[in-house]
Design a protein around this ligand. Structure first.
Ligand SMILES: [Zn+2]
Ligand SMILES: [Zn+2]
Length: 132
C-alpha cells in the first residue's frame, strides 16, 4: 500500500511510514491503494474508486470474534460492529429473561464469533471489511 501522507510505498503490515514518519492511514494526500494524488476533501480516489473516507476505520476481526465468543450473550460483538439492533436484542433477551436464555444467546454469540474469525461474517454495519 501507499502512504497517505507522502505517497511512498509502505509495507502492508507497517504501522508507520518509514519515509515521512506518519502513522499509516493518516494524511490525505495520496490514495493508499493505487498511490494516486488525492484531494484532501475527496471521499473516494478518482482513479481506482477506493473509499478514502473509511480507510483506517475498519474494525478488528479478532476483537469482534473474541467479543462474540466471550461476551456474545450481551451482544457486545454486534455493538462493536455497529449492528445495534441485533446487539440490543441479544442483550435484552439475556437480561430480560433473568439470564434463563443466556446460554442460548451465548451459543448464538459464540457461533457468530466463530463465523467472524472464520471470515464468514466479514463486514461491519457500514459495509467496511474487517481487518485481520
Ligand atoms: Zn509517508
Ligand atoms: Zn486509488
Amino acid at each position: 500500500m501507499y502512504c497517505r501522507n507522502c505517497g511512498n510505498v509502505v509495507n502492508d503490515q507497517a504501522v508507520i511510514c518509514v519515509t515521512c514518519g506518519v502513522p499509516t492511514g493518516r494524511g490525505n494526500n495520496f490514495c493508499p491503494l493505487c498511490g494516486e494524488a488525492t484531494d484532501s476533501m475527496s471521499q473516494i480516489c478518482m482513479k481506482c474508486g477506493f473509499s478514502l473516507n473509511n480507510y483506517g476505520q475498519q474494525k478488528s476481526k479478532l476483537a469482534a470474534g473474541l467479543f462474540g465468543i466471550f461476551l456474545g450473550a450481551f451482544g457486545v460483538h454486534r455493538f462493536y460492529l455497529g449492528y445495534i439492533g441485533i446487539g440490543l436484542a441479544q442483550l435484552l433477551l439475556t437480561v430480560l429473561s433473568c439470564f434463563i436464555l443466556s446460554p442460548i444467546i451465548w451459543v448464538w454469540g459464540l457461533i457468530e464469533g466463530i463465523l467472524i474469525l472464520a471470515g464468514s461474517i466479514n463486514k461491519d454495519s457500514k459495509g467496511l471489511t474487517l481487518k485481520d
